[in-house]
Design a protein around this ligand. Structure first.
Ligand SMILES: *[C@@H]1O[C@H](CO)[C@@H](O)[C@H](O)[C@H]1NC(C)=O
Ligand SMILES: [Zn+2]
Length: 452
């Protein structure tokens, strides 16, 4: 039974004449204008149906539709390697006036502030990438410069962000993105690209969290204490998936509310971690394996697991992951990857993760960060709705991050993980130091260090 309306409220019947009298004439006028404009666009050819009318109007105005979407939803990219360029080209020295001017407007590479503004960007995960050890003789447990350089990459990213306070603001929680966006600025987040960069250590994960990093890619192009990399499998190695310690790392990442990034890991590692993570995961820069069978890409069955996990795949522009003829890759290949992924996952699990400044060639039509709107326009032309491209642009990422934060809140009484990799060497230097506990007295080990 419908609820009875209170006597003094106007019934729908009472409102109808007002609607008809005032709104209908305006709508009619509008349609007439639209029809005229559409007729003009079609060079005077007669139009078959009303749908064609509307389609023409809409496509003529896709730029405006994208602007409208991106005025409400921050466009967030999952992976940009500008900090890497700051390191390898400038050794992290950015305060030179010429450098700052170029970063404002005028780099030869893919990202500067004027290009970001042209690209209507609202948020960026800056990757603080440091490569895997160059030689396989460097073991997982060996000291490397990777953690030092990661700390320096975080430092230079923060100094870069702070150098342009009218443009950027560092964000370490999901709600910050919309807040910063409302002030017309670009939210800046930090992502770490591989477990080797945190020394394969849960304690270091926590320290990186405290420094503001909000995602860690489980592996880069080398196996580590957490699991197998895609590159290992591509080179003919076994795919053993995630390690036991890798599972502890998942628990710790969930507890912290730090996003797990499965770009770069092997397919079995993807499956293992998706099966364990209570929080949604991300692929910060990966595309579709069904469209192009590169092991860095995500197969359809794993995309289905991603839906169950409520996570996100941020589709990448890396030409080598788009097509077997990378030098001919174009914006249309990216559209095809997105539409294929959407055919498996729907629109709630996709995003954009360009890898700009981390690639030596770019797809035609996606030359730099100014081109995101062109990509969204193409998706509208291919039948996507404004609501759907809003999800792709940023709504999904914000939702995923919020859900990871909510999992973390539920785990707030769980103690930090104390697990360590089983291959880790521990020394107890035999220099006659006192022991803490009676039961350890027989366990003196000849170590390599000295007394403190
Ligand atoms: C950015 O891309 C556009 C083409 O889409 C190009 O015209 C422009 O020169 C590029 N800018 C830089 C700095 O590469
Ligand atoms: Zn990468």
């Amino acid at each position: 039974m419908p609820p009875r309306l209170p006597r003094d409220s106007p019934t729908p019947e009472h409102r109808l004449p007002i609607w008809v009298r005032y709104v209908l004439p305006v709508l009619t006028l509008l349609l007439a204008v639209v029809a005229g404009y559409s007729y003009h666009l079609n060079d005077g050819h007669s139009l078959a149906t009303k749908d064609i009318f509307l389609n023409n109007i809409l496509s003529a105005d896709n730029g405006a539709r994208v602007r409208r979407v991106l005025s409400r939803t921050p466009l967030i990219d999952g992976h940009n390697d500008l900090p890497y360029l700051l390191r390898i080209e400038l050794q992290n020295k950015i305060y030179d006036r010429k450098v700052l001017a170029a970063l404002r407007a005028g780099v030869l590479s893919h990202t500067d502030i004027s290009l970001m503004r042209k690209g209507q960007m609202g948020g960026q995960f800056w990757s603080v990438y440091v490569g895997c050890p160059a030689s396989e003789s460097v073991g997982i447990d060996d000291a490397t410069w990777a953690v030092r350089d990661t700390l320096e990459q975080i430092d230079v990213t923060k100094r870069f962000v702070a150098s342009f306070p009218e443009t950027f603001q560092l964000c370490t929680e999901a709600a910050c993105i919309r807040r910063v966006f409302r002030h017309g600025k670009i939210a800046s987040m930090i992502g770490i690209e591989g477990g080797h960069q945190v020394g394969n250590s849960l304690a270091n994960i926590r320290q990186m969290y405290d420094l503001g990093a909000r995602y860690i890619t489980t592996t880069h192009n080398c196996d580590n204490a957490f699991g197998t990399a895609a590159s290992t499998v591509a080179a003919g190695g076994d795919d053993i998936g995630a390690t036991e310690f890798g599972k502890e790392h998942v628990h710790e990442m969930n507890r912290l509310g730090m996003l797990i990034d499965l770009s770069h890991v092997s397919h079995q590692t993807m499956r293992d971690i998706l099966a364990m993570s209570t929080a949604p995961i991300m692929f910060s820069h990966s595309s579709s394996f069904a469209k192009h069978p590169h092991l860095r890409n995500v197969p359809d069955d794993i995309l289905q697991l991603l839906v169950q996990n409520r996570g996100i795949i941020m589709v990448t522009f890396v030409p080598f992951f788009l097509t077997s003829t990378p030098s001919e890759a174009s914006i249309h290949d990216v559209v095809e990857h997105i539409l294929h992924i959407v055919s498996i996952t729907g629109w709630d699990h996709v995003g954009l993760g360009s890898d700009f400044d981390g690639i030596d060639i770019v797809p035609q039509g996606l030359e730099n960060v100014s081109k995101y709107p062109a990509l969204l326009e193409l998706l509208l032309e291919n039948g996507a709705s404004e609501e759907q491209i809003a999800k792709l642009a940023g709504e999904n990422l914000i939702r995923v991050w919020e859900e990871a934060e909510s999992v973390s809140r539920k785990m707030r009484n769980v103690l930090p993980g104390e697990g360590t990799w089983e291959g880790r060497t521990w020394e107890r230097t035999d220099v006659g130091m006192p022991f803490l506990l009676e039961e350890n007295k027989g366990k003196r080990i000849q170590g390599i260090g000295g007394a403190p």
